[in-house]
Design a binder for this molecule. Sequence first.
Ligand code: SAH
Length: 360
Amino acid sequence: MTLAEIETWLREEDAGRLERLWAMADGVRRQHVGDAVHLRGLVELSNHCRRQCAYCGIRAGRNELVRYRLTETEIMDCVRLAASLGLGTVVLQAGEDPGLTRDGVAGLVRRIKAETALAVTLSLGERSDDELAAWREAGADRYLLRFETSNPELYRRIHPARPGETRDRLTLLESLRRLGYEVGSGVMVGIPGQTYRDLARDIERLGELRLDMIGLGPYLPHPETPLGRAGQTVMDAAADQVPNSAVMATKAMALARLVCPDANIPATTALATIDRARGHALGLQRGANVIMPDLTPPGYRELYAIYPGKTPLTADRIEAVRAIQALVASLSRSVGRGPGGARHREDVTSRPKECPSWSK
Ligand code: SAH
């Protein structure tokens, strides 16, 4: 698909033609990753963060936000809950928290791998090669790091570099691949200042990166952030601003499925937040094959407030997973068993080091 074609689809508003896009994405999803929907148990380890991302509700400097870091015992309880519910993967996510040390995280991963059959996905922000290598060595299978936007100017404004920092997220994705992780990335849809051409380029980039996992969700303004304060924008996108709507997010997901047919793509929590009644279902019908139920203990999950309204429909984690399983069944899909890793993994590992799509 050319950049122009991607952009044309993003601008499409005719319901009939959009039905064709949904059907194409659904068909490619079925053909490449099948009808199974994999559930990944999300554990939000810590809301401490050293970054100043303009969009994020747990950014450094929000002094009024109560900060937490789960203990190993609390984390292992969540991990065992995931295993007992039949999930195949735990996703350990956090702010970019130096308190989650190299050795601490490595020990935790080693313990999860020793005590359960779960795949472990990490999403801990931009960490050193040394840390990423130690965690991979300890047995971590996957890493999620969204590049957020492929427009370098917009990225710089919403995601200020740390003093002295030289690596951007795209460079880090290459390190992760070299270390043997399954690699996930993605963007937010509807960032103030993001144009249709920007989002089309984002999707093109997702295809070039040949990602194992792609996370896309609508940008949701958080009123206590620089970007979320009423009327704020960081760039003048004028009439070409991409809306942060559920339909635009699912257009981007459908197109991501078309450019990256084998990827594991979640119907994200952000999508389910903006459309509480139908978000997960729409995602699963428009390209997605994964859902990540939140297993963070009540009392902490409210503090992992990257955007407002993230509260689940039910506080009971078991009930929430059961509801998702019921949703999957109602769509005539099955719940995936086992870790549900990347389909094209062999192809990926045998790929020559100098793959042109990676060296761009
Ligand atoms: N510290 C980790 C995890 C961040 S949370 C990291 O930076 O990678 C995971 C994702 O949530 C982010 O990558 C971002 O795309 C998304 N996110 C953060 N704030 C958001 C907001 N206000 N609206 C929508 N998505 C948001």
